[in-house]
Design a binder for this molecule. Sequence first.
Ligand code: ADP
Length: 388
Amino acid sequence: MSATRSPHGQAADTALSLQRIGHEQLLDIVDLNESGVVYADAHGAVLYINRSLKRMFLIDDSWHHQLTLSSFEAQLCSMLDPQETVRLPMTAMLDQLALSDVELTQRLFSVIKFVLPRPTVIQISASVTARGGLVFYFRDTTVEFEVDRMKSEFLATAAHELRTPLASIFGFTELLIARVMAPERQRELLQTIHRQSRLLVNLINELLDLSRIESRQGKDFHRQQCSVENIVKNAIRGLLVKGDKRQVTTSLSHGQLRIMVDPDKTIQALLNVLVNAFKYSPQGGAIVLDTLVRDEDGEREVGVRVTDQGIGMSPEHVARVFERFFRVDPSGKIPGTGLGMSLVKEITELQDGWVQVQSELGQGTSVTLWFPLASDFLLSRPFMPNED
Ligand code: ADP
């Protein structure tokens, strides 16, 4: 590729060179950089700390005027996580520089955890400049680190949840193969195997649903104006098969209101809430489905609320109800995967709604799916039908 030339014969890429900007502008650029930057000369005198780094560690004048790299390192050391085993690289780099042992390349150091001024995970790297100075870069990787940690935790929990039913299927089939046993005992074991397989299938289906919904971020939702009544009736129809003795008492005062949702996904969410209401009411009790409206800062919302008189939850458990695999009672007495409420939350929030859970231990629970009214929603996003 040939370089284009300006009328003065200079290569056009001069526009990209730093000669055209002044010292102040250069400092502005470094200051606006999200990474923290500290520059020290070859004798270890800190000559410059950019604004991001000052913000990151709340560096002010109390850090001395004539800061050296070793006192800077000592200040940072006092903010490290006490569990941190990785050493800060400032003085080590300076020593290596004195021994002319450092190549003119950027060096990456491991991520380092700080507890002050707030818990952060910072990746530090360093470069030696052509004039023999040292530049250290501090990149805040707290969010990436947390996402990685959550992913590993999720994988470990998912693997554990899959292994538990599989282990019992494996164990019981081995028993059936190895031993001759009475038909009743055999039937009992087969029933357990069947129950555990069903749990596995549900678990995998819900995991797949969750990951699909999450990765598509609602792009495969076919949102349309639906009446609340229609969603509710279909959810109840999906729950109560013909001849079912269970009952849901409905009171749809706002049933005619319309919401902008994917009907299938929303019915699935409401169905999960209804299933829970029955599951966690082992002693029975009325299950009531009613509708409410609220007005928050001029935004009108309609709520579909399912109330049971079941076992309820403590406030600590309510706070964790949307966590993946969270179950108040993991013993399996009441079957479940701990993924249902995560799905309900994903589906509702991807459609601009939110889920409210109110519960009292031993008294019962009510779960409300709130959605903006379709008319308000369309007014706030007039081009919605053409999106995608
Ligand atoms: P699960 O498949 O275990 O029902 P969910 O994600 O739907 O998973 O719910 C998570 C946990 O929240 C349940 O295991 C249960 O402990 C609690 N929970 C959910 N709904 C109710 C309810 N209506 N009453 C009491 N506890 C509930």
